[in-house]
Design a protein around this ligand. Sequence first.
Ligand SMILES: [Zn+2]
Length: 503
Amino acid sequence: MQLRNTAKSALRIQGIPIKHLVALFLALLVILAAALWPGTDTNNAITERQTLVVSPIQDTPITPQIRYRTTTPAESTNANNTRNSTITTADSVELTRSEPQMLLESEEPQRLTDTIQPDTTATTEQQAVTEPTELEVKIAIDQGDTLSTIFDQVEIGQTTMYQILSADEQLLALDILRPGNILTFRKHPETLELDEMELYIHPGNQIIYRRVDADNFEYEEVINQGIWEQEIVAGEIYGSFYVSAIRAGLSKAEIHEINKLLGEQIDFNRQIQAGDRFQIVRNSQYVDDEFTGQTSIEGIRLQQRRNSYTAFLFEDGNYYDSNGESLTRAFRRNPHNQNFRVSSNFNPRRLHPVTGRVSPHNGTDFAMPTGTPIVSIGDGVVTRVENHPFAGRYVEIQHGSTYKTRYLHMHRIDVNRGDSIQRGQRIGLSGSTGRVTGPHLHYELHINGRPVNPMTANLPMATSVPQEQLADFNKRVDELVAIMEVAHEEQFAMRRDESQPGT
Ligand SMILES: [Zn+2]
């Protein structure tokens, strides 16, 4: 059974008499109408995307479709191909979907640049236009593209680019443009100034930067959780665990996480032997049947001749062994070693001092003198070391698949992208780089991709599953082990088939 949110999350509204009204007024009316008449459905209606408030996926009651994929070394190449082709489809889908009047212009054949004619039946803003103008331009990100070169290409000035970067300071989504991302620029029909820029990251995640006034943009993040499909990745060790796991279809990041979770129980370099087996239960995100690239490991079992090592993800976002003992190393609350004053709290409803609009503060600010040592709150891997015009020099660290932290406005950074980091390890010195009123550390904690209050959020504290939740936990373990057992049986069955080719 599949859990589908997609259809429900789209709001549709009736066609309304819009010809006689000015574009701006209508845009407001459309938003109002969408709020008042959800669920009404006509073919020529405008489809509004709804911003979903996303809770951690473990909170969602998932009744996943289970695809059993058991992989032996011999057939593993096929498994990898399947996965790759899914990703390719996901990257290209948005270009061919949902825009009936899209024209393809191939000025540069190797780059996909779409120009959309004003559509007299579609959006209100396009109604106001009488002659065809390139009001909407789509740019598919290529290797080596920067925001600056793309803005040059679409002939939008640097001033506007910095206004958008300013809006992106709390999100920092534009710092990691990757091939497969798509930027859509929508210009005002009369002034031809940029009204809106959309960043398409994957089918489940887009960000819209919308003009508020002459000097400011604000962002809206569109999230579609789609379906999390459960599958099992199983294999037999032949060579190293790493090589065998890659062959079975696990990613480098997933293998790193498995090493981390089981690493205190078993030495992956010395104790792994040929013939050992593993079964990994993994959830993968699909939106409109496209793989988004997001995965979550639900359960791990490594079987040796005498021992079996396991890890199970529980609803609190942490991993435990089959006895309910925590496998996630404890985090510390503060990214520094002294008691510094919180100068600005995490606040998703903060009002922007200039525009008066809601402009979230996605982290906690600590007032501290430049040069204060900053430490990682947990074990992890450095995923970003960047220099942003407003966020300044900053570091991002991924702690397993659930947690991520960011440290902004640093004076100096002592780590590189890809470095493995220990809890409490110094990553650099605080400072006042970027747009600040004084030296401070802006510190963010993200759980499952969403910023949370770092001072109050539940952090892994390396204990066991609470007594009152033990029954729930044991039920979850039983479910995951049952899935692993099926894969385990299939592994044996395949082996019998291979050893008896004639039968
Ligand atoms: Zn801040």
